[in-house]
Structure formats: structure tokens, C-alpha cells
Design a protein around this ligand. Structure first.
Ligand SMILES: [Zn+2]
Length: 373
């Protein structure tokens, strides 16, 4: 029997991932960051060669309008307590800080908000989050905000409202990454029209290969690439293969009555509703068709072929997805992904771009466009 050979990574390879929900996991579970049962901890990051990570401060839209900011603050505090510790990871807010962290061999940890509802329609609150070190924001999550439509909600603003345009321009001026993952097509079109700066889709795949609204059309891939933006490939099997998406939808529907019964009398408790919804989401992935690392790499190949090798990277969504491709179960498994990228014919310099350089260069451009820089 042939012994499986481990994939060796160059020591100076930067693996930099654009999206994870580890902050939420660490908030909800009595876990620490040194070692935990989730997808990302320090041990797994070291084993897999993960050197920098964008941590999403995700707040369930169920907590909007009046409890979302509080939850974001709680998540920031969780990050301070559990992650930004001298022997664990360095909070970074600029290219210079990231370079310093990498030099000290520390995991460089960026903070983004996930869900524009967190700022409660207030450009002032957005400023405060910038002051706290947040350097990007996903405009929506699964529900519309008052100023931007989500791709998984019924259109209300028909894209961005005037306030939405103002917020997006403010982000560009501050040097905050505008993240259009989860945004409706019209919202993305309005963002691209509202500002000329590079934008990102931190954790989205190609709609051509998995035709769901949550993924990007080829036209958006081209437009984001043309203005030197960034697209991070999402590891969630349901966004990689349509069949898996359909299986989850079917399974979830079967739970509808059970969910209604369990949540009856709790409709004013968004935390409870959120937990129950997640529990059934996790149950909905059991028995799904398996997705291989190669299937994920199909999306990377397609995004690179459509937008060029400089726009594509990683947006795992680790700790926010209830299942992963086989063999890519945590951050410790990045070498397996790199092995497949090699098999698929990517050259080493291209692999470096996909694994981290493209994201790093994108954030450098965002920072430079920020006012006063
Ligand atoms: Zn997300």
C-alpha cells in the first residue's frame, strides 16, 4: 500500500483566510483559542500553516434592530479575552501591524463586522467600530438591512438606499474593506456604481458552478477583479455543489413543524431562536452528498479563469459552516488543499497568490485609499 505523502509547505508561505466565525464559537462555547473542538484554534493554525485570519464579528440579524450592537461588543470583548493574548495572536489593523505580527511568528488577526445591521443605520457607530480596530464590513447578512438588500431576503430597497451609498463611501474613505458577500445582486451593482475603490466578496463562490443567489455571477467576478478586488472561496459544501444545497433545503423544510413547536412562546427571545435555527441547520447536513477538495478547487479555478489569478483567495467560513469538504475539516488541513492546487496545475507563485498574497495586497489597496494615507 502506498504511504500517503504529506504535502510540504514553504516556510514563508502566507496562508491568510478572509472569513471565519470563530469569534461566535468562542463567545457561545466555553472554549479557549489554544485548543478547541472547532475548526480554528492555535494548534490547528500552526499545523496547517495558517498565519493570518480575518475574524468576523457576526451578529444574527434576529437581534436587529436593538440588540445587535451589544452582541458585536460582546464578541469584540471575547476576542480581546480569548484571542488577542501575548502568546496566542496579535490583533492587527494595518499592513504594518500585520508585518510585525508575522515577523514575531504570531497569528495576525483582523476584525470585520458581518452584517450592516450592527451599525444601526449610524455612520457614527461605523466610525466607532473603526476606532476599535474593525477594518471591514459585510454589508448584509441573511436579511436586508434598512439600507441594503440581502441575496437571501425579499428585495426592499432594490439595492442600496441613499444611506447605503453614504455608508459605502464612508467605508472607502476610512479605509475599511467593503464586503459584498451575502449582498443581493442589485446591492453589489449599486456598490460598484457608488464607489470606484476595490471591493471584496470575502466568502463567496462561483454561481456558474453552483447556481444559487449566494454565489457570484461571472459578470460580478469580472467587475470585482477589474477594479483589483478580492474573492475568497467558501468551503461550505452547499455553496460548492447545488445538490448539497438542495439536500439541506429539503431536510430543513422537514423540520419546519418541529421548529415551530419548539420556538412557540419564545418569539421574543432572538438568542433562543438563533440557537434552535442553528441546531436544525447542523442536523440538515447529515447524510448530504460528500464534496471533495477538488470540487472546491473547481471554484478557485473558475474564479481565476474568469477574473484572473490576482483576484482569488480563501474565505473558508470555518466555524460558521456545519460541514466541510472531505479532507478539509479544519485549519490544520490547509496542506491538503495546497496539494490539490498543485495537482491541478497551479504554479507555486500562483499558489502563493491564492493562499494569501491576493488578500494581503487587496487590504493594502483599501488601506491606501483610506483618507490621509
Ligand atoms: Zn457569512
Amino acid at each position: 500500500m502506498k504511504k500517503s505523502s504529506a504535502v510540504s509547505l514553504p516556510k514563508d508561505l502566507l496562508i491568510f483566510d478572509a472569513h471565519c466565525d470563530t469569534a461566535s464559537m468562542l463567545f457561545e462555547q466555553p472554549w479557549n483559542f489554544r485548543g478547541n473542538p472547532g475548526h480554528i484554534d492555535l494548534g490547528k493554525a500552526r499545523k496547517g500553516g495558517l498565519k493570518a485570519q480575518v475574524f468576523a464579528v457576526w451578529v444574527d440579524p434576529l437581534l436587529a434592530p436593538h440588540r445587535a450592537m451589544k452582541r458585536a461588543m460582546q464578541l469584540l470583548q471575547t476576542m480581546e479575552q480569548k484571542v488577542f493574548q501575548p502568546r496566542l495572536a496579535a490583533k492587527v489593523t494595518s499592513q504594518a501591524e500585520m508585518a510585525a505580527a508575522l515577523l514575531q511568528k504570531k497569528l495576525a488577526a483582523w476584525l470585520f463586522l458581518e452584517g450592516g445591521h450592527i451599525i444601526e443605520n449610524s455612520p457614527e457607530i461605523l466610525h466607532i467600530f473603526y476606532s476599535l480596530g474593525v477594518r471591514g464590513m459585510t454589508l448584509t447578512h441573511s436579511k436586508n438591512t434598512d439600507w441594503a438588500d440581502s441575496t437571501t431576503d425579499t428585495p426592499r430597497a432594490n439595492g442600496l438606499t441613499a444611506l447605503g451609498r453614504r455608508i459605502v463611501r464612508q467605508m472607502a474613505e476610512m479605509g475599511m474593506a467593503i464586503d459584498v458577500s451575502h449582498a443581493a445582486d442589485k446591492t453589489i451593482a449599486h456598490v460598484l456604481a457608488a464607489t470606484p475603490v476595490p471591493v471584496m466578496a470575502s466568502h463567496s463562490n462561483a454561481r456558474k458552478l453552483c447556481p444559487i443567489p449566494r454565489n457570484l455571477t461571472d459578470e460580478f467576478i469580472r467587475q470585482i477583479a477589474a477594479r483589483r478586488g478580492f474573492i475568497g472561496a467558501n468551503f461550505f459544501p452547499a455553496f460548492i455543489k447545488l445538490r448539497v444545497f438542495e439536500q439541506i433545503e429539503e431536510n430543513f423544510k422537514q423540520f419546519a413543524r418541529e421548529i415551530r413547536e419548539r420556538t412557540r412562546g419564545h418569539l421574543d427571545d432572538p438568542d433562543f431562536l438563533s440557537r434552535v435555527e442553528w441546531e436544525y441547520y447542523v442536523r440538515s447536513v447529515s447524510g448530504n452528498e460528500t464534496v471533495a477538495v477538488n470540487d472546491l478547487v473547481d471554484h478557485i479555478v473558475h474564479i481565476a479563469a474568469t477574473g484572473g489569478i490576482d483576484c482569488v483567495g480563501l474565505g473558508s467560513d470555518f466555524d460558521g459552516i456545519p460541514s466541510t469538504p472531505a479532507g478539509l475539516g479544519s485549519a490544520a488541513a490547509y496542506p491538503a488543499l495546497i496539494g490539490v492546487l498543485r495537482q491541478r496545475g497551479f504554479r507555486e507563485n500562483e499558489i502563493r497568490k491564492i493562499c494569501g498574497l491576493n488578500l494581503r495586497n487587496f487590504l493594502r489597496r483599501v488601506e491606501k485609499k483610506g483618507r490621509g494615507k
